[in-house]
Each structure stands twice: as C-alpha cells, then as structure tokens.
Design a protein around this ligand. Structure first.
Ligand code: PHE
Length: 357
C-alpha cells in the first residue's frame, strides 16, 4: 500500500496536464484501477485482516482522490494565469474614434448663401429639375429659334414616337424658378432658388450637373442700385472680407434688360486667389432687371412692378472661397477628398455665429 501511495502521489505531482491526471485517476481509483482491485481482495480476507486493511485502503483512496483534486485545481489556476497573461488588455487605452461624416462644400456653401440672403429678407424657393420647355425657355423670353437654346447644351428628355409636344428638358439654369415663384406668390416677392442644373459640358471647370442659386426681387420701386447693393453685401458676407470691388459689365440675357455680368476684383499672386485686391477680375454671376415679358409669363403686370434677378454658380464660388482647384472632384465621392474639403456636421453657417468657422 505504501508503494502504491508513493507511486501515485509522485506521478500526480508530476502530471503535466489534465489529460495525464485523468489517466492516473483511471489507473489508480478507476473501476479496474490498482486501488480498486486491492479493495476487491478484501472479500478474500479474514475478518481481522479486513479490519486492518479496509480502513487503510479507504484512506489511501481518499488521499489519492484529494491529491488528484488539488493537482487539478493547480493546473487550472496555472492555465488561467497563462491566458490572463496572453489576453491582457489595457482598458485605459483611448478607444478608436469613429470618423463622423462631413458636409459637402456644395451643401455648406448653399447654407451660407441662404443665411446671407435670409438676412436681407429673401426666402428659399425650389422648382423641378426636369422642367418643361416653356418654363426653361419660352417663359424666360427665349423663343424656339433663339441661339441661347443651342448655346446651353441642353439635355432633352425622351418623347414617345409620334408625340409632337416639345420634350421636357433637364433645366439648364435655375431661372425657371423665377416664373414658378411669380405664378405661385405674385408680387412683391423676394426669393433665392438654389439647386441642380444640367448642361452637356465636361472639363476642369464644367460638369454636366452643377449648381446655381437664382435670386429674384420684385417690388414697386426696385432699381439697378438695389441689385448692386444686394450683390455687394452678399459678396462681402460670403467671402468674409470687409471690402470688395465689383465690376458690372454690360451683357445680354434674354430674360433681363438691362443685363450685367458681375466680376470681382482679385489677385492670383503666387498661384493663390485673393478676393478684394489685385488687378484681375473674375466673373461670378449674371444679373439684370427682369424683362417685362418675363414678368408677364409670371402673371405680374410690368407697368406696376419691376425687379432684379441674378444667377450665381454655387460650385464656382465654392471653388473660389475654399481654394478647390478641380470641379470634377466635387462629384467623385472620394472619401479622402470629402474629409479634406468637407465641413463639420454641426457647424451650421449663420451670420452671427460665423459662416465658415
Ligand atoms: N440664368 C443665367 C445663366 O444660367 C444667369 C442669370 C440669372 C442671368 C438671372 C441674369 C438673371 O447663365
């Protein structure tokens, strides 16, 4: 019995893992284990012998069982220690910040423009992007034969075979919203109409879809002077400069008379654009006094009312203000570009809080 005890206690102490321990348990105290076999021998003994051997064997069995349990516990603890060492995690490390999305420069600039004109009493109007030929052209004093139709590289919608009506178009400018707003609200009126417009053109400064913001102010006594003041206030606020010089250059649009294109004084020194200084001029918008025909299309009496209108390229002024060199990149949805040029999503532009900070 002493030999058995020494044999198993030594083996248990040396067991490397739980599998080895289980083998030892089977060998010693399993059904056919050495200790169990010894216990079976008890039946062949005399009563006196049994009285001595019985308790000793039981004690040996208990001793081996407790040694097995203790070793099992020790092996378990060691395994846990090992795992804790390898799976160690520093919960005090800073977490990974999720990258928030950004506001596209077009959206940002549209908000900025709306904030500036809201301050001058203009509300925001909208119109459809698929527009009828009449709203996009005729109502704006651009009759069927007018060269402006060809110049605008218009996208035409499909008409069924045999349908003789003029096809709808993807609007080539936001000016049709002038007509819709006049029809809906009458005079007096003060609106801006930002939105998408379409022309078949594609290079570094042209994309087939781009953005304009239309302006329209109609009242009893509106003059070119009001137009000039409004645009100067707008440009100063938008480019966040105290002084700008605008140049009104005589031009021609079928829907305004007189018409003027507006240039802004700037410099290109050192390859960067500066607004408000220098010897260069940069065209930023078209404008003029609303043509009487156009007022009539909008059901407004040109003998009683007059007004000004203008159209600004949103993408253009976004490129200028934020130094973005290629217009095409605006619409590539490249995340790196969006992160670089995009705006924080909670920085809503306001005049009092700052437009672009
Ligand atoms: N609709 C003109 C364009 O797209 C811009 C414009 C609008 C000019 C209003 C004058 C008045 O070029």
């Amino acid at each position: 019995m002493d030999d058995l005890r020494d044999k198993y206690l030594t083996a248990i102490a040396a067991a490397a893992d739980e599998a080895a321990l289980e083998d030892l348990r089977v060998q010693a105290v399993g059904k056919k284990g050495e200790v169990s076999l010894q216990m079976r021998e008890l039946g062949k003994m005399t009563a006196e012998e049994r009285q001595v051997a019985g308790p000793k064997l039981n004690a040996l069995k208990d001793e081996i069982n407790s040694a097995l349990a203790a070793k099992k516990q020790a092996l378990g603890d060691a395994a846990l220690d090992e795992r804790l060492k390898t799976e160690w995690l520093d919960v005090t490390l800073p977490g990974h910040r999720r990258r928030p999305g950004t506001i596209h420069p077009i959206s940002q600039v549209t908000e900025e423009v709306a904030a500036i004109f809201a301050d001058m009493g203009f509300s925001v109007a909208e119109g459809p992007q698929v527009e009828s030929d009449w709203y996009n052209f005729d109502a704006l004093n651009i009759p069927g034969h007018h060269p402006a139709r060809a110049e605008m590289d218009t996208f035409y919608m499909h008409r069924a075979e045999g349908d003789e009506r003029p096809p709808h178009v993807l609007r080539t400018h936001t000016s049709p919203v002038q007509i819709r707003s006049m029809q809906d609200h009458g005079a007096p009126i003060r609106i801006i109409a930002p939105g998408r417009v379409y022309r078949a053109d594609y290079d570094q400064t042209h994309t087939p879809m781009f953005h304009q913001v239309e302006g329209l102010a109609i009242d009893k006594d509106i003059s070119m002077a009001n137009l000039k003041w409004c645009l100067e206030e707008f440009v100063k606020a938008f480019f966040e400069v105290d002084d700008v010089e605008l140049r009104f250059r005589a031009s021609h649009f079928p829907f305004t008379e007189p018409s003027a294109e507006v240039d802004i004084r700037c410099s290109w020194e050192g390859g960067t654009l500066k607004i408000g200084e220098g010897d260069d001029w940069l065209e930023i918008l078209g404008s003029g006094m609303v043509h009487p025909h156009v007022l009539r299309s909008g059901n407004i009496d040109p003998d009683q009312w007059q007004g000004f209108a203008f159209g600004v390229g949103i993408d253009r002024i976004a490129m200028l203000k934020y130094g973005i060199p290629d217009l095409r990149a605006f619409f590539d949805s490249d995340l790196r570009w969006l992160r670089h040029y995009g705006f924080a999503n909670l920085d809503v532009p306001t005049l009092h809080g700052g437009l672009s900070r």
